[in-house]
Design a protein around this ligand. Structure first.
Ligand code: COS
Length: 379
């Protein structure tokens, strides 16, 4: 495999790096502490074309490839994993699904604003009893003339309280199981749709994670995505791509951990020399760097398959599984290298660990990735 970045790739990486340093870095600790959504930064990410990177220009996007998207996520995630997931959800889970499966009318009405960053999107699949077991949808959508009436609860919804548009999966016919679930576009503010609870989280604390409640919420039938019964396939295909985004987030946290560790180990002296001269530290750095390179290759491989329109679900699952594990391990090592300082908030690395853990859980746990990979091997 030979990944040659184009000039466009490098330009995007540099733009994202500068944006992250200028706009996100100065108050990232404060936002984490206050659990404050980065409104201004998200607005600027929209202006830079980062909120709909792979959407074609005719629908308000930047018309770029998945590799560009990974590079931008990586730079943003190295500084602020919360901003990274806000961006990832809007790009991978909302814009991609709408562009791939929405009607022309839905694209004009919703995608244009979502891809250009004027509006924010969320993706609502998970429920109190349907996380890994995604097909077990209890939220119902009952047809009533030219509307569907939605009832139920969604939980752990990233962007949920700030989203203008939510893609909601709901059972239109529970007797049909996975084939009885449909996907709907639901606009903020319509009667019967409310934010039920904001979660207090371990990490990614400046991105909002909420429960959403639907009580006799009437959604136009024109807002259904695809046919009745297409909802699970829609959601799982969308998540296949989403996993590349979360893998990039994991890679970003791992890289941030390594960069902080290199810097600190050169500055910190013990036994009359910088700790970077101790083999105990050098070996940790070597292992971190190797895992990071491996994660990067898995991610770029999955991204390039996706760009070539070849099957990529198993490769995306491998990338996510490995990059998320790498993120957690590198963050732990970074804390160890920083010693007592690593445990203090001002040194960032404790936040990296708190942010890293969720990459092993959301958009499919590590265990789900193993199911996806082994099914591909055994089919
Ligand atoms: N893309 C499109 N369709 C898919 C798919 C994919 N990647 N994976 C499965 N499907 C389809 C199947 O083909 C099946 O449809 P048909 O019956 O028409 O063939 C349907 O979805 C249900 O799949 P399956 O029968 O395999 O369901 P299972 O319950 O056995 O398991 C897993 C499906 C575990 C793979 C799925 O539930 C999953 O990925 N869960 C994790 C979901 C997740 O990531 N949750 C996080 C929440 S979002 S933050």
């Amino acid at each position: 495999m030979n990944f040659q970045y184009s000039d466009t790739h490098l330009m995007i990486r540099d733009t994202a790096r500068k944006f992250a340093q200028d706009e996100l870095a100065p108050s990232v600790i404060e936002r984490d502490e206050k659990e404050e959504f980065p409104y201004e930064a998200v607005k600027k990410m929209g202006e830079l074309g980062f909120m709909g990177m792979m959407v074609s220009e005719k629908y308000g996007g930047a018309g770029l490839d998945t590799i560009s998207y990974v590079l931008a996520l990586e730079e943003i995630g190295k500084v602020d994993a919360s901003a990274c997931v806000i961006m990832s959800v809007n790009n991978s889970l909302v814009c991609w699904g709408l562009e791939s499966y929405g009607t022309e009318e839905q694209k004009q009405r919703y995608l244009l604003d979502l891809a250009s960053g004027k509006k924010l999107g969320a993706f609502a699949l998970s429920e109190p009893e349907a996380g890994s077991d995604a097909t077990n949808q209890r939220t119902t959508a009952t047809r009533d003339g030219d509307v569907y009436v939605l009832n139920g609860t969604k939980n752990f919804i990233t962007n949920g309280s700030n989203a203008d548009v939510v893609l909601v999966m709901a059972a239109t016919d529970r007797s049909k199981g996975a084939r009885g679930v449909s996907a709907f576009i639901v606009e903020k503010g319509i009667p019967g749709f409310s934010v039920a609870k904001k979660e207090k989280k371990m990490g990614i604390r400046s991105s909002d994670t909420v429960s959403l409640a639907f009580e006799d919420c009437r959604v136009p039938a024109a807002n259904r995505i695809g046919d009745e019964g297409f909802g699970i396939k829609f959601a799982l295909r969308t998540l296949d791509g989403g996993r590349i985004g979360i893998a990039a987030q994991g890679l970003a946290i791992a890289e941030a951990s390594l960069e902080a560790s290199i810097k600190y180990s050169k500055e910190r002296k013990a036994f009359e020399k910088p700790i970077s001269e101790l083999q105990a530290i050098q070996f940790k750095l070597a292992e971190m760097a190797t895992d990071i390179e491996a994660a990067r290759h898995l991610i770029l491989h999955a991204a390039s398959l996706k760009d070539k329109k070849e099957p990529f679900a198993a490769e995306a699952a491998m990338a996510k599984m490995f990059a998320s594990k790498t993120a957690v391990r590198c963050a732990l090592d970074a804390i160890q290298i920083h010693g007592g300082y690593g445990y203090m908030r001002e040194y960032h690395v404790e936040r990296y660990l708190r942010d890293a853990k969720i990459t092993e859980i959301y958009e499919g746990t590590t265990e789900i990735q193993k199911i996806v990979i082994s099914r591909a091997l055994l089919q």
